[in-house]
Each structure stands twice: as structure tokens, then as C-alpha cells.
Design a protein. Structure first.
Length: 288
């Protein structure tokens, strides 16, 4: 946090200045004031939270809680119950060997099932919280787009492309350290544009740890830099879930996102180099 918070704060300011210059507002302060008025009017029009909205909030809250802490409060008891009651199998001596019947996917499916089966509680309409005509209006293209990025990342791993990148990076050992870090950050950002940040980090971390050892440098420099760079990916809709959500609104074209995003990628890489060599040795006392 002592390193990431200052970096993200400065990058946020740079991002804000870049976007307002590339996509300037026509009315400036007046448009901002009108936006506040419109938001206030919309909130007043919504009125107080209705019973259906409360039930939706409860379901979302339970699903999120199960995702975050499921292994502690939900998954193990659920797995034991399914193993003994539904599957009809005896419990093993080692409880850790009970199969994992419950997962994040199962939690999401249970939440979706509740939406389709739980009464809305509305006095006006005797319906469930979600019906199929409403479900088909959900922008499924966003999920398919993001899922394609995850599949692409898996393809990198299975095809051996990740190992090939590792071999390429090992060949950089004779270059100056700052140039090596610059090349590594470019590779990580390019990968994060077409794969998820988690998949990119998982592919690169072992390779970079070995590379840092061969350079005689502390591994935290490369690992911290690559971890932050894996979260950049500002140029393509498939790079991150927020990119996909913004793109799905239909108010931004792929060309506009790429034009601003790739420029922001470059600025973020340069800023990260400054922070790694200027701040990291101070806050952690390590040789970069």
C-alpha cells in the first residue's frame, strides 16, 4: 500500500487529464452542474427501496459473502451434506478428502436460481424477482467477451506460448536493468490486453523471479512492477471486466478506447519506472 497508493493516485490524475483533453466536454462546469441536478432528480424519482429491491440486495449480499469467505463458512459444510445426503457416500477418515461439490460457479448458479424462483414481494405484480423476458435483455456479450479473454489466457498456457515468452525474457540478461524492466513491462501490458490480469501474472511471476535471480537483483522489483503492469490493459474491451462493461454501454467505440488506452498504457509504464527506481528503494530498502 505504501508503494501502490501513491502510484495509483498519480496515475489517476494523469488518466483524468488525458481523458478530458482527448474527449473534452462541450459545456464545462455547466454540464457538471446539470449532471448533479439530473442525478438528484433520478434519485427522487426512484423513491424508497422497494421489497423486491431489498430481496435482490440480500441475494447479492449472500452470494458475495459466499464468494469471499465460502471456504470458511459455506463450502465445507455444503460439500459434506452433498456427499452424505445426495451422493449417499460415507465420509472418509480424512475430512479434507471430501470432494469439492461447492464452488464459485455453484454459488453463482444458486443465486441465479433464487432470482428465478423467489417471489418479488411486490403488491402490484405477483411475479418472481427475475423472469426470462427480462433475463434475455442482459448484455450477455460482455460476459462472452470477458470469457473469451480467459479462454485466450488458458490457450497461452496450454500451447506453450507462456514458456516461449519466458525463454525470450531470459535472453535479455545482458541488457541494462532499466531496459530489461522496460521490456518486461511492455510484454506484461501487451499480454494483459488479450488475457486476464490474473492469468498474465500467473504466467509471468515464476519467470520473472528466476530472471531477477540471474540479474543479482531483488525479485520484488520485477515482481511488483509486473503485478501492477498486469492490471493496466486500458486499450481493448477484453482486457479487463471494467473495460468490457464500459464498452457494452455503446457510448465508446473500440477505436476511441484503443486510442486513449494504449497512450495511457505507455504513460503508466513510464510512471511505474519512475516509481520503481525512485520510491521502491526508499520504502522497502531493496536494490532494484
Amino acid at each position: 500500500m505504501i508503494f501502490g497508493l501513491p502510484f495509483t493516485t498519480v496515475l489517476l490524475v494523469i488518466c483524468w487529464q488525458l481523458l478530458i483533453r482527448m474527449f473534452p466536454f462541450d459545456k464545462g462546469v455547466e454540464a457538471g452542474a446539470q449532471s448533479h441536478i439530473q442525478i438528484k432528480n433520478e434519485l427522487e424519482r426512484l423513491g424508497p427501496i422497494s421489497p423486491p429491491e431489498r430481496r435482490v440486495m440480500w441475494i447479492f449480499g449472500i452470494v458475495i459473502l459466499a464468494w469471499v469467505s465460502g471456504s470458511l463458512i459455506c463450502y465445507k459444510p455444503f460439500n459434506i451434506w452433498v456427499h452424505t445426503h445426495l451422493a449417499g457416500l460415507p465420509l472418509p477418515e480424512n475430512m479434507d478428502k471430501v470432494p469439492g461439490y461447492c464452488s464459485d460457479t455453484v454459488v453463482a448458479l444458486i443465486g441465479a436460481l433464487l432470482f428465478f424462483t423467489m417471489p418479488s414481494g411486490s403488491k402490484l405484480e405477483k411475479t418472481t424477482l427475475l423472469d426470462w423476458p427480462t433475463a434475455v435483455k442482459i448484455p450477455w456479450g460482455v460476459l462472452i467477451l470477458f470469457g473469451g479473454g480467459l479462454a485466450l489466457a488458458k490457450g497461452f498456457d496450454l500451447s506453450g506460448l507462456a514458456l516461449w515468452f519466458g525463454e525470450v525474457l531470459k535472453a535479455l540478461g545482458n541488457l541494462p536493468h532499466v531496459l530489461i524492466l522496460f521490456v518486461v513491462l511492455i510484454v506484461v501490458v501487451v499480454l494483459s490486453e488479450v488475457a486476464s490480469n490474473i492469468a498474465t501474472a500467473s504466467m509471468m511471476m515464476p519467470v520473472l523471479a528466476a530472471l531477477a535471480g540471474s540479474l543479482g537483483a531483488h525479485p520484488f522489483g520485477l515482481l511488483m512492477s509486473a503485478t501492477l503492469a498486469a492490471s493496466f490493459g486500458f486499450g481493448l474491451p477484453i482486457a479487463t471486466a471494467p473495460n468490457s462493461i464500459v464498452y457494452a454501454t455503446g457510448h465508446m467505440s473500440t477505436r476511441d478506447m484503443a486510442r486513449a488506452g494504449f497512450l495511457l498504457d505507455i504513460l503508466a509504464i513510464l510512471l511505474l519506472l519512475v516509481f520503481v527506481y525512485g520510491l521502491l528503494p526508499i520504502v522497502w530498502g531493496i536494490k532494484v
